[in-house]
Write a protein that binds this ligand. Structure first.
Ligand code: 48H
Length: 258
């Protein structure tokens, strides 16, 4: 019995990993924008893997605001909440309340059900960069990096890569720093996010969701971080709409490359 259990996990896991060596979309970061992007890309029939460095993907959504585990979603994003079958309660002035644990678990459930593969405890430490294009991700176990062990990474090639790493914009920073290239941002680099303006932050998240370098897209807080726009606090409609928008942009790019 012990061998059966171990063999089942090993065979299944390595099959899953081998199957992801050539992807349509590699999503770095399993916060709300990354998970929603994974859902729509998988639903469109693309081969999608989402990598998150934590044991529990979900990013900043589990905790609501200051660990009060509810989030606010505005009217414009409710079609996504409906499509992903999340429960919600109307609040005031066109806003709704969603339990943050239910929402995070629900998004993860729908994305994986649609066919997205999630690798947790994976840190993306670099990208594949060839002929002026980002073409994949370089991955290692989070515990290897935390321990500072000198262990080389593995590589997953991908037609498109999404930086959904939140406030830190890690992938965009790495691409600009290591390759000396200009990103499609106001300065050509990572500008860094501004202080709180909830309405403006929500609006600009959608505008800033785009391809910032051939093969490299940004969503969610990373979109505002790279372009130097405002944070918005615990209102999550912008994150959901950014995930949907970036999935459409990436899907068009994937189709062009086929
Ligand atoms: C693998 C990585 C790496 C890496 C980071 O921050 P997130 O929740 O992302 P978003 O942008 O979808 O959502 C932002 C939202 O949660 C938020 O913080 C808001 C609305 N803040 C407003 C405010 O005013 O503060 O998730 C990012 C995820 C995390 O799970 C990280 O573990 C993961 O990315 N991650 N995974 N390799 N190099 N870097």
């Amino acid at each position: 019995m012990e061998t059966l259990i171990s063999r089942g996990i090993i065979e299944s896991y390595f099959g899953k990993l081998s199957d992801c060596l050539n992807l349509d979309a590699a999503i770095v970061g399993g916060g709300p924008s990354g998970i929603v992007a994974a859902y729509y890309l998988a639903k469109a029939g693309h081969k999608v893997a989402l990598l998150d460095r934590k044991l529990s993907p979900g990013g900043g959504m589990w905790g609501g605001a200051m660990m009060f585990n509810d989030i606010v979603v505005q009217e414009e994003a409710m079609p996504i909440v409906e499509e992903l079958q999340l429960s919600y309660r109307p609040y005031r002035e066109g806003t709704y309340i969603v339990d943050s644990v239910h929402a995070t678990a629900g998004l993860l459930y729908q994305a994986t059900k649609a066919g997205a593969v999630i690798f947790n405890c994976y840190s993306v430490e670099d990208v594949v960069y060839k002929q002026g294009r980002v073409g994949g991700v370089v991955v290692n176990w989070t515990p290897v990096l935390r321990e500072g062990l000198h262990v080389d990474p593995l590589t997953l090639l991908s037609k498109t890569v999404l930086d959904a790493t939140g406030h830190d914009c890690e992938i965009a920073r790495t691409v600009a720093r290591k390759n000396g290239v200009r990103l499609d941002t106001p300065t050509g680099g990572v500008v860094g996010e501004m202080s709180m303006d909830a309405a403006e932050g929500e609006r600009s998240t959608i505008d800033n969701t785009k391809e910032i370098y051939p093969g490299l897209f940004v969503s969610g807080m990373a979109a505002n971080g790279v372009s130097g726009s405002f944070r918005m606090g615990p209102i999550f409609g912008g994150m959901l709409m950014s995930g949907k928008k970036v999935a459409e942009l990436m899907s068009a790019s994937i189709r062009q490359q086929q």
